[in-house]
Design a binder for this molecule. Structure first.
Ligand SMILES: *[C@@H]1O[C@H](CO)[C@@H](O)[C@H](O)[C@H]1NC(C)=O
Ligand SMILES: *[C@@H]1O[C@H](CO)[C@@H](O)[C@H](O)[C@H]1NC(C)=O
Ligand SMILES: *[C@@H]1O[C@H](CO)[C@@H](O)[C@H](O)[C@H]1NC(C)=O
Ligand SMILES: *[C@@H]1O[C@H](CO)[C@@H](O)[C@H](O)[C@H]1NC(C)=O
Ligand SMILES: *[C@@H]1O[C@H](CO)[C@@H](O)[C@H](O)[C@H]1NC(C)=O
Ligand SMILES: *[C@@H]1O[C@H](CO)[C@@H](O)[C@H](O)[C@H]1NC(C)=O
Ligand SMILES: *[C@@H]1O[C@H](CO)[C@@H](O)[C@H](O)[C@H]1NC(C)=O
Ligand SMILES: *[C@@H]1O[C@H](CO)[C@@H](O)[C@H](O)[C@H]1NC(C)=O
Ligand SMILES: *[C@@H]1O[C@H](CO)[C@@H](O)[C@H](O)[C@H]1NC(C)=O
Ligand SMILES: [Ca+2]
Ligand SMILES: [Ca+2]
Length: 810
């Protein structure tokens, strides 16, 4: 045994960790006081301690604010991330907005449940959501998620969708300059210094922006890397060339040697390619994506403006444009959405990431060092408070302790930025790698005597990193240490960067999921149709639909719940109906119990007891058998799971026996019914009634597979989306479509596959007429499918078809 190894083992034994799967340095409960559902945090987040109280406090808060925006949408699609807690007028499919999708993925990648990020990436790559509504760096973020998980199969399967998204921007590419153009508005920034001086101060004119072009450069780079891993050399080369061209465009046109900064450049009426008169914060974004040339020291001068009190430096900054600009306005107190002064977490997240990149990849300068980095990060943390508690909304005053864009029941806990990524990835310096290394490059000042990151899931391993200057805080020897699955695997006596070689990642999580996939049969993203919900009583302040909208938000405001508040009944029921004929085998109900008694805001609390009933085949309600409750006693603002003997049913209902003694009512922010999915007799089969429907109707049918089919697919926008169609291997498959067409005319539907391929499917008349299905009545399509969850959407075209199911011939 070599001496070094011996020391490690001796150390590990000494701290008694040799046999555990993880370390246990942090008192986790103490970090989670006041959070709803503390177990979710234990299951999902890395636990961090640092000597800066605000940075640490906001760290845990930001996981709670992120959690509020994780939205389970549709079985087979799974999780999305929303920007606002509720739907807004311009949100798109499942209420998503792509503007901050990159930030959402960068935050989600630190969660142990990899489904959150991967479902959401798959959503952007395959669902056909509004991928070009705003500028985006989704491909880049998807790759950064791969660096955390090590799940190669997943990221490789996303190539086609990411390329498709990238090409969606082709009409905004200017080949003369090798750059993309859009308005500041479409770069998610209204009323910026680059808009205020145009005829349209809200949107601004078209321009070449250092932000968006750097994002497209970053997207192109990772697509080339993914293609390389896919052994698709021609795509790899194509995107290397495209990336290099965009980068050259940015460096050639948007950088000003004299004014030492990257600028917005108007596209129209700007024959001399003049740059904007004002430095905007977006001029600091290029570093995070590696755009500036590291061999040329001139670029680093840009950072002087971040710290200049006439530049971007302010009490709650950085400001969105330099304060010396005539377009700057730092006096606002309540308006939305001005990007010509206010401090926007959206941009601060980018800038901190860029600043860390400067330190890590370019080097320290006369103004950039770990101390000034910490100053900016600390300021960001300090900004994220309201009434003495951690809080984030849309934008903050640069000078006053005031959230300027902060709408009630609207932008509370706004998900439009990163923060935990800045703490974990930048400050503590966990730099995820494509190969089997764990690398940490902390950007912490010498005055700090400790930090810890515990329970980080990285490439399938549990990692803990701690630094303890004198060994007193964690009762260990002085220095920095890395633990792998509970065992010490690296140590240095002083604070330094560390690189640890890991055993190979433990297989591919996603293929395991595929075999035993579970989905939530109660979720209804639309708020109408099936699954349909009903209740014996609903408070006028609540809604039955909010209890199945996929959002889990325990706040009084923003409100998202069903309650029985003011009901005269002792027992109220809440029911979930899967749809006519749609019978499923279920064995549990998860109730996200809402309590405003616990927060002194109302009269809703844990019910005295809960009983689950299911609809029997003879049409009466019977108690589910052998019900057990976990935990045994309901905890307010936490999950109550009722398990029971598996039963086949079309409807489930929950009886809430309210707490009559205290005169409290019952409520929940969400109810979930998780069960294996899809429930079909033959592998590769997907029922139409299990899909996501627009303007179509589930109908019970004796001859229909799964007990029902989808009809009345009649309106112009009517469609049946088969979600989560899983295959292990990318190739063209034969897909049998079981249908009926009761008139003597051929019908057609347009079939869109993963937002990439579209074909027209023809359906000849069927002899048995409407609503009748059998084993022999199908058409066969040839459909290219990608590894993983595929999206196949049948859209109404000519005449009518009723759809029963599809069968992928594997
Ligand atoms: C990681 O730690 C958790 C407990 O925190 C344990 O359940 C799991 O098995 C560990 N994983 C590995 C790969 O050791
Ligand atoms: C460009 O100039 C033309 C003619 O003066 C004007 O009509 C147009 O609005 C200008 N475009 C922009 C974006 O300012
Ligand atoms: C792609 O390029 C790599 C490295 O240049 C080479 O090893 C590999 O064989 C190429 N693959 C194909 C399919 O051409
Ligand atoms: C930035 O401004 C603050 C005051 O708001 C000041 O204390 C600090 O020193 C400035 N930072 C730098 C690096 O100059
Ligand atoms: C903002 O307030 C300061 C001080 O009250 C004032 O000097 C300045 O003109 C104001 N700026 C704007 C754009 O209103
Ligand atoms: C908050 O907004 C939601 C969604 O728009 C609405 O259903 C709810 O009633 C609102 N709550 C309050 C207290 O205004
Ligand atoms: C209710 O349904 C169950 C199960 O199908 C059956 O055993 C029972 O007889 C039914 N009761 C009534 C009153 O119909
Ligand atoms: C209910 O639980 C009891 C005791 O665990 C067991 O004997 C019985 O078989 C269960 N009934 C069903 C229907 O599973
Ligand atoms: C269906 O596809 C055809 C051919 O691509 C197209 O002309 C038609 O507009 C599409 N119809 C719908 C409703 O999307
Ligand atoms: Ca809800
Ligand atoms: Ca069916």
């Amino acid at each position: 045994m070599n001496l070094k190894l011996f020391i490690y083992i001796a150390l590990a034994t000494l701290i008694g960790l040799a046999s555990s799967q993880n370390t246990n340095f942090v008192d986790k409960d103490s970090k989670l006081v006041g959070f709803a559902e503390p177990q979710w945090f234990k299951d999902n987040i890395p636990f961090v301690e640092v000597p800066d109280t605000e940075i640490e406090q906001v760290y845990y808060y930001r996981f709670s604010s992120h959690k509020r925006h994780l939205r389970y949408a549709v079985p087979g699609v799974g999780y999305t991330v929303t920007e606002f807690v509720h739907k807004v007028g311009y949100s798109q499919k499942f209420d998503t907005i792509n503007a901050a999708a990159g930030h959402h993925i960068y935050e989600s990648r630190w969660l142990r449940n990899t489904r959150y990020a991967e479902d959401y990436i798959n959503f952007w790559a395959r669902e056909g959501a509004a991928n070009q509504q705003y500028s985006e760096w989704i491909a880049n973020a998807a790759y950064s998620n791969f660096l955390m998980t090590g799940n190669k199969d997943f990221i490789l399967s996303q190539q086609e969708g990411l390329v498709n998204n990238f090409n969606g921007w082709n009409d905004r590419y200017e080949p003369e300059l090798d750059m993309y153009f859009l308005s500041p508005h479409d770069d998610a920034m209204e009323h910026s210094a680059s808009s205020e001086q145009t005829d349209d101060p809200y949107h601004g004119g078209l321009g070449y922006r250092p932000s968006f072009n750097s994002e497209m450069y970053a997207n192109a780079i990772v697509i080339s890397k993914i293609a390389r891993l896919n052994n698709d050399n021609s795509t790899a080369e194509e995107f290397e060339v495209r990336a290099a061209a965009i980068r050259k465009g940015i460096l050639d046109y948007l950088w000003d040697d004299e004014r030492t900064f990257f600028y917005h450049m108007f596209r129209e009426n700007n024959t001399n390619n003049e740059l904007l008169d004002t430095r905007e914060e977006i001029g600091l974004f290029p570093w995070r994506f590696g755009v500036p040339d590291p061999t040329d020291p001139k670029y680093a001068r840009a950072w002087e403006h971040l710290f200049d009190p006439q530049g971007f430096n302010s009490t709650y900054g950085p400001t969105t444009c330099e304060q010396r600009s005539p377009w700057f306005d730092g006096n606002q107190t309540s308006m939305c959405c001005f990007w010509n002064g206010n401090s926007w977490p959206y941009s601060t997240g980018h800038v901190i990431n860029a600043l860390a990149a400067q330190l890590r990849d370019y080097g320290t300068t006369n103004v950039v060092n770990v101390n000034t980095f910490l100053e900016v990060l600390h300021k960001y943390a300090e900004t994220q408070f309201k009434d003495g508690k951690p809080y984030v909304a849309e934008c903050h005053s640069p000078y006053r302790k005031l959230w300027v864009c902060d709408s009630k029941n609207g932008s509370e806990h706004y998900a439009h930025s990163t923060y935990v990524d800045n703490v974990l990835g930048d400050l503590l310096g966990i730099v995820p790698q494509p190969d089997n290394f764990f690398v940490i490059i902390p950007l912490i000042p010498s005055t700090w005597s400790y930090f810890i990151v515990e329970d980080l899931l990285y490439h399938g391993h549990n990692i803990t990193v701690l630094y303890d200057a004198d060994g007193s805080r964690y009762n260990t020897t002085p220095g920095i240490k890395v633990f792998l699955n509970g065992e010490l695997v690296g140590a240095k006596p002083t604070l330094d960067r560390m690189q640890i070689s890991l055993p190979r990642p433990e297989g591919d999580e996603s293929s395991k999921n595929a075999i035993q996939k579970v989905e939530n049969y109660a979720a209804n993203v639309n708020g109408f149709g099936y699954p349909m919900v009903d209740a014996s009583f609903t408070s006028i302040h609540a809604s039955v639909w909010q209890a199945v909208d996929g959002r889990i938000i325990y706040d009084h405001i923003p409100s998202n719940r069903w309650t029985s508040f003011d009901s005269l009944n002792e027992v109220d029921w809440f029911s979930v109906d899967f749809g006519p004929g749609r019978v499923k085998t279920v064995d549990q109900v998860k109730i996200y119990v809402y309590s405003d008694v616990a927060t002194n805001e109302g009269d809703v609390d844990c019910p005295a007891s809960v009983t689950i009933e299911v609809l029997s085949p003879s049409g009466n309600w019977t108690q589910a058998e052998n019900q057990t409750s976990t935990p045994a006693v309901c905890v307010p603002n936490d999950i109550l799971t009722i398990h029971f003997t598996p039963v086949q049913t079309q409807k489930v209902r929950i009886l809430f026996h309210r707490n009559v003694q205290e005169n409290w009512w019952a409520g929940m922010t969400e109810v979930e019914i998780w069960a294996p999915w899809p429930q079909v007799e033959e592998e590769g089969t997907y029922e139409a009634e299990d899909g996501y429907l627009i303007n179509a109707v589930i109908t019970a049918g004796e001859t229909a597979s799964g007990g029902s089919y989808v009809g009345q697919i009649e309106a112009d926008d009517a469609s049946v989306e088969f979600t989560g169609v899983w295959v292990d291997e990318e190739m063209e498959y034969e897909v049998q479509v079981y249908y009926s067409n009761g008139v003597q005319q051929e019908a057609t539907m347009n079939v869109t596959i993963n937002n990439v391929n579209t074909q027209v499917a023809s359906f000849p008349p069927t002899i048995n007429g409407w609503g009748q299905f059998d084993q022999n009545t199908f058409v066969t399509l040839r459909i290219p499918l990608l590894r993983g969850n595929n999206v196949i959407i049948f859209k109404h075209a000519d005449n009518l078809v009723e759809l029963d199911k599809i069968k992928v011939m594997i």
